[in-house]
Design a protein around this ligand. Structure first.
Ligand code: HEM
Length: 405
């Protein structure tokens, strides 16, 4: 007989307080109890750094990121969305152990720090082009004009995508984001449509690379398929994954990071004086406003974390941005300090699912902030209130960020 878990406090992620200020809400939850229950999501929540680290390292917790949107639907809706589910189940990180290692072996070498450092000159060139385009205007929307197109163009070039359909790729990637939030069924349908359209678009390009390989990731996938290391379905699904991850994550880091600088003029001034601190500033941006602020795990067997016994099938959300502000680990945790050391945040995850694109995101953010500081000495906010949009559960993002210079 399983021992019943002790009662834990509940928290309402749809409350006005959560929408108004998720950081404050998480601060309260973290102080009150290591584990909380979110009735609306039928899930537990962890907010303390040590517990989040333990959960990330715990092999009996498997990734729940894929199924969080789908579990709450009717059987008919689940059936309607099964093509999307089948495709997402082929994504690296959603696969079982054996397939996960197979994809890591295939992809990791293209994303090592040494490999992505080689992309620096090109990242600098792309950033310069984007800044040149807005320089005469004296203002820009950081999201649309810089943060989004920069990493999108970098990953598109790494894959070897034709340049002609960049806008379409961006639109597809935006739709796919909904799949990884608590989305309604219409958003999930749009996500499915975009994933399937993207796969259709990729198939003939992969076939071209099979016939005429080039020096890009699409050719690597085509070669792997030819020698039987991956199926065609796996190859296209993982190209979609890389394009999506490359579009939607670093963009948020750049926009969120710039807000932190604009809201903390002393730190902006310090960084202007000491650009050698940019890498440490980027780590601090990841800690305070990391784009993957909530990730999800499901217990595969009974497992005890944070003093709580999770039963098989139970879901737990890890509030990374709460753990990364835990006063037990980070002195003066809500302060943005570009010199902070050590800075053991979990913004890229940990353990076997550690982010494949971490080094790439760091290079992109590093080059982008160096050029921004260098080229725009008079950079200032073009908004009255930071235009955060809340994303349930306990997440927020910027769809726009007007600045002047
Ligand atoms: C600031 C930018 C980024 C952040 C904050 C971020 C965050 C994360 C996190 C937290 C995970 C672990 C998820 C989990 O444990 O369930 C992850 C995994 C992953 N990320 Fe990122 N990511 C970023 C950029 C990128 C980029 C640019 C790419 C690819 C081009 C990428 C590709 C991946 C992949 C493929 C995985 C799965 C790895 C595996 O399961 O082995 N990420 N990311």
């Amino acid at each position: 007989m399983p021992v019943p878990a002790p009662p834990v406090p509940t928290c309402d992620v749809y409350s006005p307080e959560a929408a108004d200020d998720p950081v404050a809400m998480l601060r309260g939850i973290r102080a009150e109890s290591p584990v909380s229950w979110m009735p609306d999501l039928n899930s537990y929540l962890l907010t303390r750094h040590a517990d989040i680290v333990a959960a990330l390292r715990e092999p009996r917790f498997i990734s729940g990121n894929l199924t969080q949107g789908l579990d709450r639907l009717s059987p008919a809706e689940v059936a309607e969305l099964s093509p999307m589910r089948e495709s997402l189940e082929r994504w690296m990180g959603h696969t079982n152990d054996v397939d996960h290692v197979r994809f890591q072996q295939l992809l990791k070498r293209y994303f090592t720090p040494a490999m992505v450092n080689g992309l620096r000159p090109r990242v600098r060139e792309l950033t310069t082009e984007l800044l040149d385009a807005v320089a005469p205007l004296g203002r820009m929307d950081v999201v649309a004009d810089l943060a989004y197109p920069l990493p999108a163009n970098v990953i598109a070039e790494m894959l070897g995508m034709p340049t002609s359909h960049r806008e379409q790729l961006q639109a597809w990637s935006r739709d796919i984001t909904a799949v990884f939030t608590i989305a309604d069924v219409d958003n999930l349908r749009a996500g499915q449509r975009s994933i399937l359209e993207m796969e259709e678009y990729l198939r003939p390009i992969l076939a071209d690379r099979r016939a005429e390989p080039r020096d890009d990731l699409l050719s690597m996938f085509a070669a792997a398929e030819s020698r039987g290391a991956v199926s065609e379905a796996e190859a296209v699904a993982n190209c979609v994954l890389l394009l999506f991850a490359g579009h939607e994550t670093t963009a948020n880091l750049i926009a969120n990071g710039l807000v932190l600088l604009l809201e903390n003029p002393d730190q902006l001034a310090l960084l202007r004086e000491r650009p050698d601190l940019v890498p440490s500033a980027v780590e601090e941006m990841l800690r305070l406003e990391g784009p993957a602020s909530v990730i999800s795990r499901v217990a595969e067997e009974e497992v005890e974390v944070a003093g709580h016994r999770f039963q098989p099938g139970e879901r737990v959300y890890l509030a990374m941005n709460a753990g990364n502000r835990d006063p037990e680990v980070f002195p003066d945790p809500d302060r943005f300090d570009v010199t902070r050391k050590p800075n053991r945040h979990t913004a890229f995850g940990m353990g076997s699912f550690y982010c494949l694109g971490a080094a790439l995101a760091r290079v992109e953010a590093d080059e982008c902030f160096r050029l921004l500081l260098d080229r725009l000495p008079d950079l200032r906010a073009g908004y009255d209130r930071v235009p955060w949009r809340n994303v349930v559960p306990l997440n927020r993002r910027l769809d726009t960020l007007p600045v002047e210079f």
